[in-house]
Design a protein. Structure first.
Length: 122
């Protein structure tokens, strides 16, 4: 598709995520799609696009301390979904995020290429 704006492979992800926007905390039971550059969350909220946010993806359930922590920006909020662009991520979280995308993608070679071309959040 020539008009495709997406730069990264996206996967559905069936673990819980917490999105903090300003002082509000939202919990999503799953992530509609997850990529190295952002995600789409099934949430009923309408934060203003451009608003900074913090996303925490709980990797081993709600009692685990293992998580991916990402700073982001709200890109879109409508129709029961919030799109988040990742803007900053620590090395440990980036490592886990890259591995999740790599091992859940139908095209791991494409994901490897994406990681090589964009080793961090761009």
């Amino acid at each position: 598709m020539p008009d495709e704006k997406r730069r990264f492979t996206r996967i559905p992800f069936q673990l819980e995520a917490e999105l903090k926007v300003n002082n509000a905390l939202y919990t999503a039971k799953e992530i509609n799609n997850l990529s190295i550059g952002g995600c789409l969350l099934p949430l009923d909220a309408e934060p203003v696009p451009g608003t900074p946010c913090h996303l925490k993806i709980l990797l081993s359930g709600t009692n685990s301390r293992l998580s991916i922590q990402v700073e982001g920006e709200i890109i879109r909020a409508a129709a029961h979904e919030i799109a988040v662009k990742f803007t900053r991520i620590g090395p440990d979280s980036l490592y886990h995020l890259q591995n999740i995308i790599l091992h859940n993608s139908s095209d791991p070679d494409e994901v490897e290429r994406e990681i090589e071309e964009h080793p961090g959040i761009v």
